[in-house]
Design a protein around this ligand. Sequence first.
Ligand SMILES: [Cu+2]
Length: 301
Amino acid sequence: MRRAHLVGLVVSALALSACSGEDEAKSARSPLDPYPSTGVIREFDFTVEDVLWEVGPGAVYEAVAYDGQVPGPPIEVGAGDRVVVHLTNASSQPASLHTHVSAFAAESDGTGDGIAEPGESVTMTWDALYPGTFPYHDHADEVDGMAHGLFGAVIVHAPEEVPATEHVVVLADFVQSDYVQLPGTLDPGETTDVGTYRGGHQYMHTFNGKAYGDGIPPFLGQVGDLQRWRIVSVGLEFHTFHIHGHRWLDATGVLTDNVFLMPGGYTTFEFLEDNPGDWPVHCHVPDHMEGGMMAEYVVSP
Ligand SMILES: [Cu+2]
């Protein structure tokens, strides 16, 4: 199980039963042992832009985004790859791109000289030495940048990773006063022509930059397939990630159906799908459920 701990994910019972001598040799690796360089350089060009982002029907947010999308595009690489991100700031505020766990020099930290003023460009270089799922996010203004959409996921695949259906979910909190349009009004029960009032926290809490079942596309799974969930939390508050009708081992080996993520937290877990149906997926903090972190996981037989 040490290898599973290293990569921050839990190997399913199926995968465990398939463990070979080679796997056991790899499991002797310390979590701090870097994966060797692959010699591969993966380059990404991101532009930071001011955008009006639709969080759900009738909910329009004054966002700042990498490449105009919230979250920014995934940075998906292999363990041992070098990652080069060219960041051009076409927005109205300073911006940067900072990540976690990958190895980098201070100038690629997304702080200090790594911050791009409006109109400037910076380049970040990392070595993705450790597999797992991690956040990337703005570090020019730690509160404002992330609250307006400057975040995304870094996915580092281990070479020995078992193929799976992958679900990447970034949990974030938005500032209600920065919506240019919100459905309903703040008077409970009232409706307008752009939608229904959803409570005091409406549209404040998001999965992948979207809120509620009419904003968040359903996650899709199929019985018999391994489902790998990559969860990153970049918000202002703590969240949990709960999937109905399923269970898995968390990164510490504890059986659960609900994982806790602090701000800046991240985890990867997986299970072999065996339960068809339409299942709620949500944060278990009641205000956050009411505020938008409520989605659906549709499992085909
Ligand atoms: Cu929450």
